[in-house]
Design a protein around this ligand. Structure first.
Ligand code: DGJ
Length: 728
């Protein structure tokens, strides 16, 4: 159970949940200070004292007390210019032209349930499963209120936070920065983990020491991006998969974000996360309010494995929504790498015939079915079917596929516009741009201005009419470039810097309306692969195309890094052709299958060109995944090994009776050492069956299993175990 208390005597707020405590205190003249975040403290008796010392060059808000300076105090939500010189969480431009704010405690409330954040993706729970603390602070000069919101969920060491600024004054102010959270870690020896990458190489686990100074993980690309992910973890030195303290932040937002990590001269570490102030300013009129997106904060005292499992479980039950949330995801065939733009109805039907014979469940028609699109230089925005390629329309191919006992899906890229399109001819003013400046293209396309409600309406209407034009069960929603000249023509001078944020809110609104209207459609989000793999999108679309890089070995790093925060059920993973189209590597079909089975499985190659033997192997893989997918999609992940040459993942089913282990050896070598793998998370006093052998749970975890010798490069070994008996 979670609980939130406020102790009137020592003025301490204590938020506790599932082995985690988060403690704050009202200090001096109603400043809100941060005391602790970590393993649960059941009996807190004022052990944390805010240090008070007279320090040179740390000025004092109150001249009488030279020992007190905000510069040396751990603050819950710091501002700049009032004696604290470190990174602030908030920066407002006031009517007097200054940036000074001085927020002090005004009131608080503790409620059961969680208030809804208007327009954003967000976590949710039944009223009895979540409790919320809202601490209201007020500026000492102006009628401005800051509501800091904290929600804790039963059975999770997880806290979600967001901040709201309310302008009760008579004047307009400007928000230049409003973090979702800030944590002041006191003098702790922490390291930083984040997920960095690029196209085809997303979310590689990066671990580094934190040195004095400022370090920023961010995106200024208009989307959360391939390059950084809105996920950071701070961990004790030595923290690994199974032991050590880990603290992670994950922003529920799909646009520009930043997380600033500052180590000050005393070794204290300040970390925040929120909208990226670099590309954001918001005009806040009198009597209006603005909310930051939500950040999910998760703590583990037993390493990164349990941190990820808690997050996965939480996201599966309290972030992802809709009719597909708890449903097994279909095995799909996607025609992109099979045909690219070069297809016609005949070709698609042939692919559908073979796919259906192999047991595949969903046929996805990718890019190129609309307008005059035969390559990537035209037609985005013209969402009507290309009758030259598909004389019977989407309906014709959809009916055909359904008759083959498969469901049918299509690719769309609704946020984009090609200069070479009917839409651009009609509405050149509908794309992001700056009057008089060149509009930079990327992949021959511009970006529609989703900060303009008229454009959002167009996208909604055109997607709705596509969805109603044929039986469509699945949508792959792509976004293939980052933002430049990212300003809306519709916004006046003083609101231009709202564009990127308004774009994301417009996007969320369109998707919310479409998914409500078409609740049975499975939506998969994509941005050139995993360029927008974040909790914001997961709230609206339950799965994501993890990366355009489908090479099984490259996928090890991508899927491993992604699994730090995101559950396997959300990760699209496909078997593709060899030589691999992105990096030309050749791997066995078995290797490609085994690696892809650690996500939502599918194929992306021309199955009609596969040999009889390959087709037999594929139909075997399909059968196999149908038998195993509940373990991967609803089970718990244990990252058993992640080393240079060996990677191993283990999934345990939700009911804890079935286990799937995948072991990958990258390069072969002469005189290979004997390999042994210890499993994790099993019941010590149960017996498990592997083929026709029985092993003890303790035996598998303490002694481990022999991995057979596998000659050659890029080999995998997959095992399935079933619990057969629990010993007294
Ligand atoms: C980028 C996606 O990631 C690919 O899978 C494919 O859909 C192409 N776009 C199509 O243009």
């Amino acid at each position: 159970m979670s609980h939130i208390t406020f102790n009137e005597n020592n003025r301490v707020f204590h938020i506790a949940s599932h082995g985690m405590s988060y403690i704050m205190q009202l200090f001096k003249e109603d400043y809100l200070v941060h005391l602790y975040w970590g393993k649960e403290v059941k009996n807190y008796n004022d052990s944390f004292k805010v240090g008070l010392v007279d320090r040179a060059f740390s000025p004092n808000p109150n001249a009488e007390d030279r020992t007190f300076s905000l510069d040396t105090v751990p603050l819950e939500y710091p501002a700049f210019g009032n004696t604290d010189f470190r990174t602030p969480s908030i920066r407002l431009r006031m009517k007097d032209g200054t940036h000074i704010t001085d927020f002090r405690y005004e009131s608080h409330k503790i409620i059961s349930g969680k208030e809804k954040l208007v327009g954003y993706g967000q976590t949710y729970a039944d009223k009895e499963d979540v409790e919320t603390l809202v601490i209201t602070l007020k500026d000492t000069l102006y009628n401005l209120y800051l509501d800091l919101s904290y929600s804790v969920f039963n059975n999770y060491p997880i806290l979600t936070r967001h901040s709201v600024i309310r302008n009760e004054s008579e004047d307009t102010i400007y928000i230049e920065k409003l973090s979702s959270c800030n944590i002041d870690f006191r003098n702790e020896n922490l390291e930083l983990i984040h997920l960095s990458g690029a196209w085809g190489n997303e979310r590689e686990l990066t671990r580094q020491s934190i040195e004095k100074g400022n370090f920023i993980i961010d995106s200024k690309r208009g989307s959360s991006s391939h390059h950084h992910n809105p996920f950071v973890a701070l961990v004790d030195k030595g923290t690994n998969e199974t032991s050590g303290n880990a603290y992670a932040l994950n922003l529920v937002y799909s646009g520009d974000f930043s997380s600033e990590i500052e180590k000050d001269s005393k070794g204290n570490i300040r970390t925040n996360m929120g909208l990226n102030p670099f590309t954001f300013t918001w005009k806040l009129d009198s009597k209006t309010q603005f909310s930051s997106p939500e950040v999910v904060m998760v703590f583990s005292s037993s390493g990164l494995g349990s941190l990820s499992r808690d997050l996965h479980h939480f996201y599966r039950h309290h972030l992802i929504r809709g009719n597909h949330q708890h449903k097994e995801r279909p095995i799909l065939i996607n025609n992109w790498e099979a045909t690219y733009f070069n297809f016609n109805e005949e070709k698609l039907k042939n692919l559908a015939d073979v796919s259906s014979n192999l047991g595949i469940e969903l046929f996805v028609l990718d890019d190129g079915w609309f307008g005059k699109r035969n390559n990537d230089d035209s037609s985005l925005g013209d969402w009507f079917v290309n009758r030259e390629k598909l004389p019977n329309g989407l309906e014709g191919i959809s009916d055909y596929v359904h008759k083959k006992n498969m469901s049918f899906g299509i690719w769309v890229e609704p946020e984009m516009i090609s200069v070479n399109s009917e839409l651009y001819n009609k509405h050149p003013e509908w794309c992001l741009q700056v009057e008089g400046r060149r509009k930079s293209e990327s992949r021959n396309q511009l970006i529609l201005d989703l900060a303009n409600p008229q454009v959002c309406e167009y996208i909604y209407e055109s997607m709705d009419s596509v969805l109603t034009s044929a039986k469509i069960d699945y949508i792959k929603w792509d976004m293939n470039r980052n933002m430049t000249e990212a300003y809306s023509l519709t916004l006046p001078y003083e609101q231009k810097l709202e564009t990127a944020h308004r774009y994301i809110m417009g996007l969320y609104d369109v998707i919310e309306r479409l998914t409500k209207k078409h609740p049975n459609v499975l939506f998969e989000s994509c941005s050139g692969g995993g360029g927008r793999f974040d909790p914001g999108m997961l709230y609206f679309m339950p799965q994501v195309w993890t990366s355009d890089n489908t090479d099984a070995i490259a996928r090890l790093a991508i899927q491993n890094g992604t699994s730090m925060a995101y559950p396997a059920i959300s990760m699209g993973a496909h078997v593709s052709a060899i030589p691999n189209h992105q990096i030309q590597r050749v791997t066995d079909l078995k290797t490609r299958g085994d690696v892809a089975m650690a996500g939502t499985f599918g194929y992306e190659l021309d199955l009609t060109q596969c040999t009889k033997e390959e087709q037999t192997e594929i139909s075997q893989q399909v059968k196999e995944y149908k038998k195993l997918r509940h373990i991967v999609q609803f089970g718990d992940l244990y990252r058993l090994r992640y080393e240079n040459n060996e990677v191993s993942w283990q999934f345990i089913s939700e009911d804890k009776t079935e286990v799937l282990v995948t072991f990958v050896k990258k390069l072969g070598m002469a005189q290979e050492p004997f390999m042994r793998l210890k499993l994790d998370g099993l019941d010590e006093s149960s017996l498990y069956q592997l083929d026709n052998k029985i092993f003890g749970g303790d035996e598998l975890m303490n002694i481990g299993l022999d991995i057979p010798n596998m000659d050659g490069d890029f080999k995998t070994y997959q095992i399935y175990l079933k619990k057969v008996q629990t010993l007294k």
